[in-house]
Ligand binder design. Sequence first.
Ligand SMILES: [Zn+2]
Length: 304
Amino acid sequence: MNWKHFLLPALLSVITLPSAAYAELRIFACEPEWAALAREVGGDKVNAFSATHVGQDPHYIRARPSLVSQIRRADLLFCSGAGLEAGWLPILMQRGAKSGIQPGKLGHLIAVNHVAVLEIPAVLDRRLGDIHAEGNPHVHMDPRNILILARELTNRLTMLDEENAAHYRKRLENFETSWSRALKGWEVRAKKLSGMAVIVHHKSWVYLVSWLGLQQMATLEPKPGMPPTPSHLTALLKVSRGQSVKAIMRTPYDPANGSEWLATKTDIPAIVLPYTVARDAGPGALAQMFERTLSLLETARAKR
Ligand SMILES: [Zn+2]
């Protein structure tokens, strides 16, 4: 007997057995925050993959072949929406995504469809910038939205994977309890931050600004998605001098030069807030993201 005839079937059974025993639901998240939330609610019953990482601007990534192979295997899609992924997600979707994750299906979860969207333009005018034409997509920066989406995700998971419905509901219950407790603490701290004047690089923070009651005085981008220009930055010098701005905020992926220039000229601290979590972040990471964000704002406020 040829040894290959014996070995190959044996190998195949080794490869296929574990996947049958652990039939995880595969989740394709566009951003790390949604992958992390999926792990909070799904635990070991889901396999969540994030298309982007903390150093990448989710408005602009390439529809790489590795992402195509991930989206093909996905049972649930979880993205921000409102055009955030307009430059790359439709391309991926066309390359073999299952019918169950297509628009209108249970496996197609878009965050902005379940929360109150801010900055929806009264008229669609591309001269106001190419991005954010459908409103502001950065909804995860309001922790109350995280809770709404945890519940919606649980609804979807219990229907897609009925066998494990009790598991998802139990995990949601635990998450709701700990998140609500944390939220109470954050809202006490928010009272002290209320009214704090800030300048932001991109409009990544409107939900945070609105939740905390901060005052957003200006953006370094003249229009969403347009890099800061020298004339715009010079105009911002006046804004900064007239008001007691406490911080210039940016994400880890925004270019530093604009905020560093303004910080040097004005002595206002330029701070990098976490904005999201690690690509493979486990339970607790989202809460830590808000903890760290509040701490950084508190430190900046105390400085000036
Ligand atoms: Zn944006």
